[in-house]
Ligand binder design. Structure first.
Ligand SMILES: NC(=O)c1ccc[n+]([C@@H]2O[C@H](COP(=O)([O-])OP(=O)(O)OC[C@H]3O[C@@H](n4cnc5c(N)ncnc54)[C@H](O)[C@@H]3O)[C@@H](O)[C@H]2O)c1
Length: 377
């Protein structure tokens, strides 16, 4: 008789996104058992530990605890690599928020350590597992728009104007690894790869335009009065050629005012308009030749904010010995695409992708809870 054994998890990094992660890891999934959390700012981990009835620990205590099997890395970008590497070296499986790290060398090293140690390393975003993008996947796989030929992904978020001016640490949005392509572009790249398959080559333009005329405006912010120094591309425009034939463009800017996004896949028989891939669902429509827009039924689970779904999938994968959907191979592939488009690798305006991956297994339609049952020894 097999016994069910959830995976014991600790979260490192108790900032903004940790609240919904911890709530879902506690309440939404039967395979995740949240037991501890830490932060370099101990008041933050104390607050979360009290809120969720778990242990407050230091990073070191988490890594030394043999009971903890998996670390969820919710630190900001500049800490991702060091925290994930330390956790892997300590023998923990790791799920990291996006992007997994800043450079391809760091990513390869993470992959190698995980492989050597026989551990899983997975990475967000996991919104592509949500109701909206799984509906889109079903539509494409069923051939409802014919052969996908073209895609456009546009995301504009005015970071320099309205956001990130209240807290000093949120300046990471202006640092390498924290810019708009890493922060928001990755949702679109992940969704595109899940819908259209791997990317064969990319090219693009990017610019890192200073905001010398803009300063931190909030008197409560210790950076008040300082110039917002931009050290990573804030305007990026790229194009992609997918292995299976489709082409696509992606535009990300954080220098604009306001917020706008558009995500469309054009097929030989219809045009598929997708939800914002930063969300778990939203309207999915098909426009056919008669120009009539049809709102498609969304018959999949995870419409609500299900951050942590990728962690749960990883835990099922771990227990059942199957491949996780937010796999290292997919994460490094979208990291390479983002870097290639930003042209940070110095190879010019055309980048032939070195990494590849297959699409993650789709979820089953019509099942309102996670379909996988797991029984462990
Ligand atoms: N905020 C969002 O809406 C959102 C949504 C989805 C994903 N994410 C991703 O989640 C991650 C965290 O985002 P956030 O908004 O919660 O950031 P945040 O700045 O609010 O929180 C990050 C926390 O990590 C802690 N930290 C940093 N380095 C650490 C270290 N070495 N050890 C322990 N703790 C450390 C910080 O003190 C901070 O409390 C980022 O990768 C971000 O891209 C954020």
């Amino acid at each position: 008789m097999k016994e069910f054994r959830p995976v014991k998890i600790a979260v490192i990094g108790c900032g903004m996104i940790s609240g919904i992660y911890m709530k879902n890891l506690k309440e939404m999934f039967n395979v995740t058992e949240l037991v501890a959390c830490s932060d370099i700012i101990p008041e933050r981990s104390k607050k979360r530990a009290e809120e969720f009835g778990i242990k407050q620990m230091t990073n070191e205590e988490i890594l030394a605890d043999p009971e903890i099997e998996l670390v969820v890395n919710l630190t900001y970008h500049t800490s991702h690599y060091a925290v994930s590497k330390a956790a892997l070296l300590a023998g923990k499986h790791v799920y990291s928020e996006k992007m997994m790290c800043i450079t391809m060398d760091e990513a390869r090293e993470i992959g190698e350590i995980a492989k050597e140690k026989g551990l899983l390393f997975c990475c967000a975003p996991d919104t592509f597992l949500g109701q909206g993008l799984q509906t889109a996947r079903q539509i494409i796989d069923a051939g409802l728009i014919g052969k996908p030929i073209m895609a456009n992904a546009i995301v504009a978020r005015g970071y320099h104007h309205e956001r990130f001016k209240d807290t000093p640490e949120r300046r990471f949005a202006f640092l390498p690894g924290g810019g708009i392509m890493y922060d928001m572009g990755c949702y679109y790249l992940q969704a595109l790869v899940n819908l259209l398959g791997p990317i064969e080559s990319v090219c693009g333009y990017s610019e890192t335009r200073g905001a010398d005329d803009r300063i931190f405006m909030n008197p409560k912010n210790p950076a008040y009065g300082e110039v917002m120094k931009i050290e990573t591309p804030n305007n990026v425009c790229g194009s992609m050629k997918f292995r299976d034939g489709a082409m696509g463009v992606i535009i990300t800017t954080s220098e604009c005012v306001g917020a706008y996004n558009s995500f469309i896949i054009y097929g030989t028989n219809g045009m598929l308009t997708l939800n914002d891939p930063n969300d778990f669902t939203g309207d999915i429509t098909i426009t056919y030749r008669n120009e009539q827009e049809t709102k498609m039924p969304r018959n999949f689970a995870y419409a609500e904010n299900s951050r942590g779904l990728g962690v749960a999938d990883m835990c099922y994968a771990l227990r059942n010995g199957r491949e996780p959907r937010c796999s290292f191979e997919r994460a490094i592939h979208i990291l390479e695409a983002g870097i290639g488009i930003m042209n940070l690798d110095g190879e010019g305006k055309y980048h032939a992708m070195e990494t590849s991956c297959e699409r993650a297994a789709a979820f089953e339609a019509g099942i309102v809870e996670y379909p996988e049952m797991v029984m462990d020894e």
